[in-house]
Every structure is written in structure tokens, then in C-alpha cells.
Design a protein around this ligand. Structure first.
Ligand SMILES: [Fe+2]
Ligand SMILES: [Fe+2]
Length: 282
């Protein structure tokens, strides 16, 4: 690959409130002026931190594409009511538009560089607790198990679904709208699907705390990588960076993760992963 050809890169879970992570983001540079960067959620909890990180990356990369994580959607006690739930999401989308960052609400951009063309599809789908079947027969039972184990996602307290009655209802609405939109996209180009949460349950089977899986996705997207002709699926949230293959499709978990986690992983700081052109796999 010639240096000037550019690459479609991806990273997630920047969590820039951690000073070490903020420093890593400050040092994130493209290899070429043609590089695109996918940022797949959990940039930060605070809107000003999200804007800081995405603004800085937008100045450096030719195109930046963002899909929200659960952390951007957490509302704190001092946040005004208009920054809860759907309105918070819309507020973040508007901030991205000001910065020139693409979101799930924009036309899907086409990566036309090496390894392309491919349609890059950022998604916002949330979760509906259906992955909790690994620890309980019903969502209520799975949640009870999580409380017993002391493994309860912060979203239970801070991710408000307004105006939806629940996070599961919000997820259902997003899945329905997105499914419809994807069905209308012309079917010739392959897709790079980007979602903070894994589209399938398999990656959650290696979680250290299996109770956490219920906050990690929905079974309703189990066949999307096949249905929507995915060349690759990019996700984060689990903070378990790795490459896996499902039905011949490459799934990339691209988390930067927390400083203490990186120390456990060994190796250097997390760099963005190359999605296209594909790296040859043995
Ligand atoms: Fe995260
Ligand atoms: Fe997350």
C-alpha cells in the first residue's frame, strides 16, 4: 500500500475523562491525509469532553464518523432536563454537525479508498436486555442476578430513555427505524457496520462478569451482518479488543479502554485498527 492511499481506521471507548486517555487522543495522528477515522462510542461522559475529542480528531482526519456509546448518553444530576434521553442524543448529533463529524443521522458515507468501495454505516441501536438470557430465563431474572452479583451497569441509574418508557423501548424504536432505512439503501455496495454494542451475542461470552451481557446489545440484530452484506462489523463497549469471525464476516472490537485495563492487556497504547484495506489474515 502506498503511503498516500489512506485507510479506513477505527477506535472506540476513548473515555477521555481519564488523563492518560486524553493524552493518547491528543497524540492520535493519521498516517496519511486521506485517512478516515471511525469513533464508535464512549468518547466521554460530558458533552464538552465529547466535543473536545471529536473536534480535535476532525481537524486531523479527512472524515470522522461517530456512533454513540452509552457513556455519551449518561445524564448527571447537574445536567438540564433537555439533556436527557433522545434529546441528549439529538443535542450530540447537532454538536457533531457543527464540528463536521458524521453521525447515524447523516447519509451513509462511501469509503472509496483502497479496499473500497464500501458504505460506512454508523448505528445507534442501544440494547434491550435480551443478551441477559445467559444468566436468567427472563429479563427480570437476569437483572436480579446482576444485582445479586453486584454487577450493575451505571446506565441503570444515569441513562434515561425519555421520552421512551424504557431503554428497551428506545432500542426497539431505533432497531425498527434503522432496519427500514437499511432496507432502502441500494444493495450493491458492501457495508462496514459500526455500532457501539456488538450486533451479535457471541463476543459477550468472554466477559469476565457474564451478568454484564444484558447491557451489551439485542438479539434483533443477530443476522444484520449477513442481511446487510457486511465486509466488517466494528464495535466497542466490551473493552476486549480483538478480531473474531462470524459467518465469514470480520468483527473488530476496537476499544481503547481504561488505563488500568490496558496495563492488564500488556503491549503499548491502543492505536486505531485498520478496517480497510483488509489486513491479510493467516
Ligand atoms: Fe466504554
Ligand atoms: Fe460502553
Amino acid at each position: 500500500m502506498a503511503v498516500s492511499d489512506g485507510a479506513l481506521l477505527a477506535i472506540g471507548d476513548l473515555h477521555v475523562e481519564h488523563p492518560e486517555n486524553r493524552e493518547l487522543v491528543q497524540r492520535l495522528e493519521p498516517q496519511t491525509a486521506a485517512d478516515w477515522l471511525i469513533v464508535c462510542g464512549d468518547v466521554a461522559d460530558r458533552i464538552e469532553d465529547v466535543e473536545w475529542a471529536l473536534g480535535l480528531l476532525r481537524e486531523r482526519f479527512a472524515t470522522v464518523i461517530w456512533a454513540p456509546g452509552n457513556h455519551e448518553l449518561l445524564s448527571h444530576d447537574d445536567d438540564p432536563p433537555e439533556l436527557r434521553g433522545e434529546r441528549r442524543y439529538r443535542h450530540l448529533v447537532e454538536a457533531c454537525r457543527r464540528l463536521g463529524v458524521l453521525t447515524p443521522e447523516d447519509p451513509y458515507p462511501i469509503w472509496d479508498g483502497l479496499g473500497g468501495p464500501a458504505r460506512v454505516v454508523p448505528l445507534f441501536l442501544l440494547y434491550d436486555y435480551s443478551f441477559g438470557a445467559n444468566v436468567g430465563a427472563t429479563p427480570a431474572e437476569a437483572l436480579e442476578r446482576a444485582y445479586e452479583a453486584g454487577v450493575v451497569c451505571v446506565d441503570e441509574f444515569l441513562l434515561h430513555p425519555d421520552p421512551y418508557p424504557s431503554r428497551a423501548a428506545w432500542c426497539e424504536a431505533r432497531v425498527r427505524q434503522t432496519e427500514q432505512r437499511l432496507a432502502e439503501v441500494e444493495p450493491v455496495l458492501p457495508a462496514v457496520l459500526v455500532n457501539h454494542f456488538p450486533l451479535i451475542a457471541e463476543p459477550t461470552r468472554v466477559l469476565r462478569y457474564p451478568e454484564f451481557a444484558q447491557w451489551c446489545g439485542t438479539v434483533r440484530t443477530a443476522d444484520w451482518h449477513r442481511r446487510f452484506r457486511a465486509r466488517a462489523v466494528v464495535y466497542g463497549h466490551l473493552h476486549i479488543p480483538r478480531t473474531t469471525w462470524h459467518d465469514g464476516v470480520r468483527f473488530e472490537e476496537v476499544s481503547m479502554g481504561y488505563p488500568r485495563e490496558r496495563r492488564g492487556w500488556g503491549g503499548g497504547p491502543r492505536a486505531p485498527r485498520r478496517i480497510l484495506p483488509e489486513v491479510a489474515h493467516a
